[in-house]
Design a protein around this ligand. Structure first.
Ligand code: GTP
Ligand code: MG
Length: 415
């Protein structure tokens, strides 16, 4: 029972934290919609009082106390809203934190739950932790590193209470993420041309991410040109054209079925002529086990290099986080063919498999550059290991389904 009440305490603490986060986010939205907050404050506040007076009159003073309460309540709500509206929030953090919700439950939440419900650290405890790590997409290598390190720290610090391991495991995962050389977004030189090629298997988010990146670089002051090198199907070219029109960035395109190398060559030549600093190449989705398609990538690279020595300067593999461990295999094969310079993990929102970000860092020495947390143009974020980890551990859902636990406890008591 003690264990269970602890669990409850922790759950309400977390709920309070989550509520606070939600409130802060609402506040930010309100602040955005009401730029002249101060002026509106003045205009709205008496109105709330007037509402209360009007209501009192209409009711013919029958329920003055209740009406007074309503007016007080309204004023209280307004004051709270005004206070929250002036609270600065970090939109990066709240978006990532929301996006990682499922991963938090399935990865960090299960770990925290184990730590808070295990009375002692024994072999059974370690086995259960191993099980959680292996089933949350961090991969075998990362799982082993985490386990070995945690056992070492536990011994060294003579830790007896499993709950004390919560912070230790966070430090270990942080170290794994930090170890990835150069983890974070790209900041190319504006004075010279940088050619960036996007690669990946079908449907991972290449075209969307190409547009998101183009928009981001333009905001940073670059002159950007897009190259529609997915000539495999007409819809792909049109899809990028729609984005190009929306974000008002020029696109170089050829006919459906034409040589993607020729598109890249033309795009680079055009970029040089127009004084662009970035060319972003969207390529066709290719299954990593289809040799001819992978060979085509090599050809595109050769053509790019001919048009601009050193190009492509960046080859970014776009991965779909919902594929979990499969992303690791894709990274392995693409890296053999094209020497990847960075990874972009898309669709982290709405998946419980975000642990794959930790695994991929451990497996390859390729930095994670960006993460995708939604379909909108600004839903691409620079990957920052520290902030990512903070978001992951932000409000650990360290309690399982309470009802299920209650049932389990009741069943155990009956036995
Ligand atoms: N939720 C979510 N959806 C995303 C994200 N990135 C891309 N998508 C969606 O994933 C789908 C596929 O995206 P595309 O950009 O067309 O993927 P692609 O890799 O170009 O696909 P192919 O060209 O067919 O290989 C689209 O519906 C996108 O809106 C993300 O970070 N989060
Ligand atoms: Mg595409």
């Amino acid at each position: 029972m003690q264990m269970f009440s602890n669990l409850f305490k922790r759950s309400s603490e977390n709920e309070a934290k989550e509520d606070k986060q939600q409130e802060e986010q609402t506040a930010a939205e309100i602040a955005e919609k009401t730029p002249e907050t101060e002026e509106q404050d003045g205009a709205e506040e008496p109105e709330a009082e007037a509402d209360g007076e009007e209501a009192a009159e209409a009711d013919g003073d029958e329920e003055p106390e209740e009406t007074k309460e309503t007016a007080k309540g309204l004023r209280g709500l307004w004051e709270k809203t005004r206070r929250l509206a002036s609270t600065p929030v970090d939109p990066w953090f709240s978006k990532i934190s929301q996006g990682l919700d499922k991963t938090r439950r399935q990865f960090v939440g299960r770990i925290s739950n184990l730590f808070s419900t295990s009375g002692k650290i024994d072999e059974e405890f370690w086995e259960e932790l191993e099980d959680i790590l292996l089933t949350s997409d961090v991969g075998l290598k990362a799982a082993n590193t985490i386990l070995d390190e945690l056992r070492r720290v536990q011994k060294e610090k003579k830790i007896k209470d499993p709950q004390e391991l919560n912070n230790e495991i966070k430090v270990i995962i942080s170290r794994i993420l930090q170890a990835e050389a150069g983890n974070n977004g790209l900041h190319p030189d504006k004075d010279k041309l940088t050619v960036i090629m996007m690669v990946g298997v079908n449907g991972t988010g290449k075209t969307t991410t190409t547009a998101k990146l183009a928009s981001k670089f333009r905001e940073e002051g670059h002159k950007v040109l897009l190259a529609a090198a997915d000539t495999f199907r007409a819809a792909a070219i049109d899809q990028l054209q729609v984005w190009a029109d929306r974000i008002k960035i020029d696109l170089i395109r050829h006919q459906e079925g034409s040589d993607p190398g020729a598109v890249v060559f033309d795009a680079i030549e055009a970029a040089k002529a127009r004084g662009c600093s970035i060319v972003l190449i969207d390529t066709a989705g290719r299954l990593h086990n289809k040799n001819n398609l992978m060979e085509e990538l090599r050809k595109i690279k050769r053509v790019a290099n001919k048009a601009c020595p050193g190009a492509p300067h960046e080859t970014l593999l776009v991965l779909d986080a919902t594929t979990g461990q499969n992303a690791l295999e894709q990274a392995r094969v693409f890296n053999n063919v094209t020497e990847l310079t960075g990874l972009i993990m898309c669709k982290l929102d709405g998946t419980g498999k975000g642990g794959v970000v930790v695994g991929i860092g451990q497996e390859f020495n390729i930095p994670v550059r960006y993460i995708g947390v939604g379909e909108a143009i600004d839903d691409l974020r620079e990957f920052n290991p520290e902030q990512f980890l903070d978001a992951l551990f932000a409000a650990p859902d360290n309690y399982k389904n309470i009802e299920k636990l209650e049932q389990e406890e009741a069943a155990a008591e009956e036995e």
